[in-house]
Design a protein around this ligand. Structure first.
Ligand SMILES: Cc1cc2nc3c(=O)[nH]c(=O)nc-3n(C[C@H](O)[C@H](O)[C@H](O)COP(=O)(O)O)c2cc1C
Length: 214
């Protein structure tokens, strides 16, 4: 088995280390963050660090790279207070990846891809029409990670849109029905396959499969 000790990781080529460390913790979520500037220019960027923070209140978070270069999504949601999270599916994965390209701030990634912006329920940030599961968020807080100057952004879920057929009676969302993509590192895209759900784990009781009723 291949083994890397801490010092070996430190001495690796930077790109190699980034690939290794970005992928070794497992599959990650894949979302497009939609924002709009005060001047009305939309922005779209791919993020693979969006995570659930808590359900009551409904919060999510994501990691933002250090503010050492221009970060359009960050400037926009700090100005407006709002952004959208649009889940990437297999039909839009190439365009989604392309949004990571560094365009000037006056160029909208919507104009450089086949992705379409849409505004729902007067929410002041653009959603991605081709994304079928989308979340409207309001900025809540940010925490500086002193070890590397990344930011943990915390946001409240204001709106959630998803297809009826994904939603089970108990609130569980079956993401494989809508071809939701997971990422491996910064350039690998996968289509996860559901094995089964398991009943709430009880001590000394072997986990049982849950019958899925929707
Ligand atoms: C698969 C993938 C995942 C990414 N995830 C993140 C992330 O979680 N946080 C981040 O700050 N940048 C992430 N990036 C980089 C941003 O997409 C990229 O910096 C983008 O240009 C930011 O756009 P903005 O300046 O318009 O906000 C990711 C890039 C790729 C290809």
């Amino acid at each position: 088995m291949k083994h890397f000790a801490k010092l070996e990781l430190k001495n690796l080529d930077g790109r190699y280390r980034a690939n290794l460390i970005n992928s070794c913790t497992g599959y990650k979520s894949c979302n497009l963050l939609g924002t709009i500037s005060d001047e009305g220019i939309s922005n779209l960027a791919i993020f693979n660090s969006v995570v659930h923070i808590g359900s009551n209140p409904a919060l999510l978070g994501f990691i933002l790279r250090p503010l050492t270069v221009r970060r359009d999504s960050y400037s926009n949601f700090k100005e407006s207070g709002f952004f959208t999270v649009n889940q990437v599916n297999s039909a839009i994965v190439r365009d989604a990846h392309h949004t990571s390209a560094k365009y000037p701030e006056d160029i909208s990634e919507f104009s450089k891809t086949n992705l379409t912006e849409e505004f729902l329920h007067d929410f002041p940030a653009p959603y991605v029409k081709e994304s079928v599961l989308k979340i409207g968020c309001s900025y809540v807080n940010e925490y500086n990670i002193v070890e590397n100057d990344c930011l943990l952004i915390i946001a409240a879920i204001e709106h959630l849109y998803l297809p009826e057929e994904t939603l089970h009676m108990d609130g569980w969302v079956q993401l494989d029905k809508i071809d939701t993509i997971a990422t491996i590192g910064l350039d690998g895209y996968a289509l996860p396959k559901l094995l089964h759900r398991l009943a709430y784990a009880q001590p000394n009781d072997k986990s049982q499969k849950l019958e899925s009723g929707s």
